[in-house]
Design a protein around this ligand. Structure first.
Ligand code: VGL
Ligand code: ZN
Length: 208
């Protein structure tokens, strides 16, 4: 019976001032800290978007492409992103106020330039696994609460993969400890998560 908290991509790059800033991304940091302190978790895991400078999701790698338009990566439709979370850069660091000393395990992702990896569990083509599912299984995790940035991309895909790759595990999404890129995308993400049995909760439901 291990209860885990998964903090998705709470990095400078997804906070105001970052290269792929999510509106109010920084507002979740104090909530994430309270959840780590008082959420009653046995295990705290954080994912970190960790791209090489030539990552194929970057518009800069595709002639004539601009950020936030669709392009192609390895023959699949791919959103073209601004360069973000490049390995070793300040953009890729966790938000400076995040209490990283409480994190038991960090799962980096998005290192293969030829495929994007929204999910903390596997690449978007679902071929290469990151190892996070095996780690959580090795810790006998029975419940995972997920929050972070961005709701409509990495949080959603991580939550859906948690359901699929950790059978029997209770998965919840913590709404107020998450922010998204596109409001319509956030609503759709919540629908998709709900449809897979993921409860949508607020930090106050957990912290009391
Ligand atoms: C993310 C777009 C590109 C995320 C990462 O963390 O949601 N979104 N890379
Ligand atoms: Zn990325």
């Amino acid at each position: 019976m291990t209860k885990a908290l998964l903090l998705v991509d709470i990095q400078n790059g997804f906070c105001p001032g970052g290269n792929l800033a999510v509106p109010e991304g920084d507002k979740i940091v104090p909530i994430a800290n309270r959840l780590m302190d008082a959420g009653g978790y046995d295990l705290i895991v954080a994912s970190q978007d960790w791209h090489p400078a030539n990552h194929g999701s970057f518009a800069s790698q595709h002639a004539g492409k601009h950020p936030f338009e669709m392009g192609e990566l390895a023959g699949q439709p791919q959103m073209m992103w601004p360069d973000h979370c490049v390995q070793g850069s300040k953009d890729a660091e966790f938000h400076p106020d995040l209490e990283t000393g409480k994190i038991d395990y960090i799962q980096q992702k998005g290192e293969d330039p030829a495929v994007d990896s929204y999910s903390a569990f596997r690449d978007n083509d679902q071929t290469a696994l990151t190892g996070l599912a095996d780690y959580l299984k090795s810790k006998d995790v029975t419940a995972v609460d997920i929050c972070g940035l961005a709701t409509d991309y990495c949080v959603k895909f991580s939550a859906l993969d948690a359901v699929e790759m950790l059978p029997g595990t209770t998965v919840r999404f913590i709404s107020d400890a998450s922010r998204g890129i596109d409001p319509a995308g956030v609503e759709q993400a919540k629908e998709e998560m709900r449809a897979k049995g993921i409860a949508i909760v607020d930090s106050t439901d957990i912290l009391g």
